[in-house]
Design a protein around this ligand. Structure first.
Ligand code: DX5
Ligand code: ZN
Length: 224
């Protein structure tokens, strides 16, 4: 599977969000990661479906990966589908009925993702692996950009990689939190193929150079 670099707009300049997205796409990003926080499931508050809808209306047509950190989550899924999400990821802790939530996403025509926090066991994968297009491993506790990568996440990535391979399904393995050019190769070797990076990209002066450095590290990890 082709590696995807997914800038998280959490660290973008929100007063110029559309321009920031165009800039990272022009700089070589593959998709955009859209973090939604509710000050309830996580201790921070960000943006909702109206912002996604505005971006779509402004002509932003790239693949948008919506990471929902909200509880309860089901009621917002239709809004994000209507707003133009390509993929919607949910945390098992944010819903009473994970099967229903994942089905709402898939029946609405988007891809579905399941997200595991650093201390959340992978049990939900037993029953849900057949219903997801992406597994997202949090390598920080969700809520804020700019935190340090939790090294135990590498082992978790390896375990999920094995389970995805055993399933025989086409499922992306995404990692989110503390990813930068200096550690992206470790995550790739552990099996990740989709790399969220917020502060490392939007905090840099030169987006293209930063994404190119990440891509070079990935090529090295893959032996290209
Ligand atoms: C954290 C968010 C991340 C965040 C990553 O809760 O889910 O997507 O933006 O930011 P960095 O890359 O700065 O750790
Ligand atoms: Zn995220």
């Amino acid at each position: 599977m082709q590696a995807w670099i997914a800038p998280s707009i959490l660290s973008a300049d929100f007063s110029r969000l559309g321009e920031e997205i165009e800039a990272v796409l022009a700089a070589g990003a593959d998709i955009i990661h859209f973090d939604v926080m509710d000050n309830h499931y996580v201790p921070n508050l960000t943006i909702g479906p109206l912002v996604l809808e505005s971006l779509r209306k402004a002509g932003i047509d790239c693949f948008i990966d919506v990471h929902l950190m909200v509880k309860p989550v089901d009621r917002l899924i239709g809004d994000f589908l209507d707003a133009g999400a390509n993929l919607i990821s949910v945390h098992p802790e944010s819903t009473e009925h994970l099967h229903r939530t994942l089905s709402l996403i898939r029946d609405g025509g988007a891809q579905a993702g399941i997200v595991f926090n650093p201390a959340t066991p992978l049990h939900a994968l037993d029953e849900a692996i057949g219903l997801v297009d992406l597994v997202l491993i949090m390598s920080v506790n969700p809520g804020f950009g700019g935190q340090g990568f939790i090294p135990e996440s590498l082992d978790k990535l390896r375990r999920v990689r094995r389970r995805i391979d055993e399933s025989g399904r086409e499922i992306r393995l995404e990692v989110d939190g503390g990813i930068k050019a200096g550690n992206i190769a470790d995550a790739a070797r552990a099996g990740a193929d989709t790399f969220v990076a917020g502060s490392a990209i939007f905090g840099a002066d030169d987006y293209a150079a930063t994404i190119a450095a990440m891509r070079a590290a990935l090529d090295l990890a893959h032996g290209v």
